[in-house]
Design a protein around this ligand. Structure first.
Ligand code: BGC
Length: 772
């Protein structure tokens, strides 16, 4: 455990790494990633170190390295690295003496500032690097470098900086070199192309030295790079600064009038020229203004002495916007956002169950783009269903380009016992993703009331997924019921199980919902009905859905009130997990057991039955929830970052606020905490969505139950006030929660909003105060 992370009580917008340690490069590379949903860059140091992971990603540019590998988000040539030679000494923080090292991310503006003092022999310098990825111009990123010579002797400075294509995704090189070029004597350009998907990139960089007499200004091409070499002298006790401005365009960018490489090259240069009048600070403040729009939309304020709780929600929102390609509905959110190579940039159920709610409730236009992605994914989902012998839309466990279908890799890390690669079964049998997508769509519709999306796309997804489930069910003649065998539920430590409750109940919901929907559409929206009927032959589909849904096996509670996670779980051996739960990091269990052994014990990786109880709360009473919480939580390792937020919300619902708050703090520390290794492959996107959910769903008590808004706040005792807001069917609601009451307000003149709280129905016209 290292304590390099620092949070300042007086500035709840900043996170800081204090001191440099080359063992922990991954932590702040990842948790301080910069981006705007179009592109993102890990916050690596400018100078290189062994052990760094220098990544730049552009959303949606998936490529398969070779035919045996699945498609992944390629690591684009780096535009931020720079090497410095000062009086002949190569700048490196593992040599010489380093003091005052700070790397600080301002969540409010998206600016990263890194500074330190470096002494090596006679050299004493302070370097300050400022950088940002523009939120105002999706293709643009910039760095400003300030070098202060702290000695009274002159300093000779050499800088090598450019575009470095020698990078890869852990060795997989996704690009062919492509052309390189120098435009107007100062814009260096590289035009790499992805090897299989043939996406063309135009990367342009320009360096700006003003008022500096350069003794060298020399371009240098390399096989996989294009650099500029600069040299200048700095008098004693003086400083200079220079800038590097860059942009990235690709042949899949939607908004360009031409995606031909030649045109993109001209366009990129013209854009950089057009920005010449603007200073680094102008460009940064233009970007900060865009960030401010996000902060102004439903700001969350927590009055508490535990100031990190306030930073945690800002940290979560910052990342949710960095990682979400809101500009293009052909793209979705990766399980690590765009902050690392983990999970290859792929989209999981993490989107619908963990991140989408944030957007549906606070940025419906972004949510719309995310749900549209699933509509565009219907082709891929049909492909998957057909190849498995099913009908309808079976969503891929991992998704990339929406029409690609399943992209889960088949083989994973080596098994510690057998030494053989482990087969990843999720792509074959983790099937609950299909009802998760349906759930996300339904929640989006309930919250936003977006009828147009419903008519044009949403209902179709819901019907198509229900059709899949109808074909997926297996008839068990002995029991005379339909069941779902050989699956993985949310708990990935149980493979090949029968009748995972989460899967069966959510499939059942999907089917029954569609039966009602079709009946309603027939009455209310004959045109929509007719369109769907043409595609699905609704009468016969509904008949099948009715027959089968009536006979689905829905595992019932045991005498002790426990919903079995699956057919065999409750008969397995129990292991005391205390020591594994207390260990730093996750997966400590796997230092002693392999997956096959864990499969045979009552050990759960992440909320499974408990997630079902949370998402479908109307189906289960409080006593049952309590019993299941007490049963399953001790058996849950929380090895998946998707687990803690569910536990925090459910325990808040059950009035176990102390426990809940403990989960909240653990969950907020997954990336932001002091543990320095957890974020190496990238941040935990779903857990960041979970932070918003814990606050708004857990402590704000907001929920949609049976299409009805409910607000039942519970404030942890550590908080004095919680203020938050959300959009509901086109109107804006603000809630201020205090220990014994809450004030709820609606802005605008729209019609009254009905909601329930503790069993009572309220009508909100403009403002209401409700005592508990
Ligand atoms: C979890 C899955 C999750 C995936 C991506 C896995 O470790 O078990 O539920 O979808 O990570 O975040």
């Amino acid at each position: 455990m290292s304590t390099l992370m620092h949070y300042d009580t007086n500035d709840l917008w900043k996170i800081e790494q204090v001191g440099f340690d080359e063992k922990f490069l991954g932590k702040t590379e990842s948790i301080m990633v910069l981006g705007n949903g179009y592109l993102a860059v890990r916050s690596s140091e400018e100078e290189s170190y062994v052990g760094e992971t220098r990544d730049t990603f552009v959303a949606g540019t998936f490529n398969a390295f070779d035919e045996n590998e699945v498609t992944e988000l390629p690591n684009v040539p780096d535009m931020l690295g720079m090497n410095f030679v000062l009086n002949g000494h190569v700048l490196s923080l593992i040599q010489g003496q380093v003091s005052d090292y700070s790397k600080k991310l301002n969540l409010k503006t998206g600016e990263l500032v890194r500074s330190f003092i470096w002494k090596k022999d006679e050299v004493v310098v302070k370097l300050t690097f400022r950088r940002f990825v523009s939120k105002a111009r999706l293709h643009f990123l910039a760095t400003q470098v300030q070098i202060e010579n702290l000695s009274d002797q002159p300093l000779s400075v050499k800088v090598r900086s450019g575009i470095n294509g020698q990078l890869s995704n852990e060795g997989s090189q996704h690009f062919t070199d492509g052309e390189k070029g120098l435009m107007e004597g100062r814009f260096i350009q590289m035009m790499p192309e992805t090897t299989q998907s043939k996406i063309q990139f135009v990367q342009t960089s320009e360096h700006r030295f003003e008022g500096v007499e350069l003794t060298e200004n020399r371009p240098e091409t390399a096989r996989r790079g294009f650099y500029m070499n600069y040299a200048f002298d700095l008098n004693g006790n003086s400083s200079i600064s220079f800038e590097k401005r860059s942009s990235i365009y690709t042949s899949i960018d939607k908004e360009l009038s031409s995606n031909k490489v030649e045109d993109m090259r001209q366009f990129a240069v013209a854009e950089l020229i057009s920005l010449e009048e603007l200073s680094f600070d102008d460009l940064l403040s233009e970007s900060a203004k865009e960030w401010q729009k996000i902060w102004d939309k439903h700001p969350i304020k927590i009055e508490t002495k535990n100031f990190r709780d306030q930073i945690a929600i800002r940290f979560a929102q910052y990342h949710l916007h960095v990682m979400t390609p809101a500009h293009d509905e052909r793209m979705n959110i990766g399980a690590k956002g765009m902050s690392g190579e983990g999970y290859k940039g792929h989209t999981f159920w993490d989107t619908e169950i963990f991140m989408l709610p944030y957007f549906s409730f606070t940025h419906p236009e972004i949510a719309k783009s995310l749900v549209t992605y699933r509509y565009l994914g219907l082709d891929g989902a049909h492909k998957k269903a057909t190849s498995n012998g099913y009908e309808g839309a079976q969503y891929p466990w991992e998704a990339a380009w929406p029409t690609d279908g399943e992209v889960t890799p088949v083989w994973g890390a080596a098994d510690i016992v057998t030494g053989q690669a482990t087969k990843i079964w999720s792509g074959f049998i983790e099937q609950h993703i299909t009802s998760d997508v349906a759930f996300g769509i339904k929640q989006y519709l309930d919250v936003t009331g977006d009828d147009t999306f419903a008519r044009e796309k949403g209902y179709e997804i819901l019907v198509d997924t229900a059709k899949f489930w109808a074909s997926r069910l297996e008839y068990n003649a002995k029991q005379d019921y339909y069941e779902i065998c050989d699956v993985i539920g949310p708990d990935e430590y149980k493979e090949h199980v029968n009748n995972n409750s989460y899967t069966n109940y959510t499939a059942h919901w999907n089917m029954v919902y569609v039966i009602d929907l079709v009946a309603e559409l027939k009455e209310r929206e004959p045109q929509v009905y007719a369109k769907l009927d043409e595609k699905f032959d609704l009468k016969s589909l509904v008949q099948t859905l009715e027959e089968k849904s009536e006979k689905i096996f829905l595992p019932q509670a045991t005498e002790d009130g426990i919903i079995p996670q699956d057919d065999s779980y409750l008969s397995k051996k129990v292991l005391d997990l205390t020591k594994y739960k207390e260990a730093d990091g996750v997966d400590s269990l796997f230092h002693e057991y392999n997956l096959e052994q864990v499969n045979e014990m009552q050990i759960t990786k992440q909320a499974d039955v408990l997630l079902l109880l949370l998402l479908f709360e109307g189906l289960f009473d409080k006593e049952l929830k309590e019993k299941n919480f007490d049963y399953y939580e001790p058996k849950t390792t929380h090895d998946s970052s998707l687990s803690l937020s569910t536990h925090a919300i459910l325990s808040a619902d059950l009035g176990k606020l102390e426990k809940s708050y403990h989960f909240f703090q653990q969950a907020s520390n997954i990336d932001m905490g002091e543990y320095m290794k957890s974020s190496d492959p990238g941040i935990h996107a779903a857990s960041l969505g979970g932070i918003w959910q814990m606050i708004v769903f857990g402590y704000g008590g907001v929920r949609i139950v049976n299409e009805q808004l409910r607000i039942e706040p519970h404030l942890p005792k550590e908080w004095n006030t919680l203020t938050f807001g959300f959009d509901y069917k086109g109107q804006e609601i603000t809630v201020e929660v205090r220990p014994d009451h809450f004030i709820i307000e609606k802005s605008g003149q729209g019609k009254a909003i009905e909601f329930t709280s503790k069993g009572k129905t309220h009508k909100l016209n403009d403002s209401l105060t409700i005592f508990y």
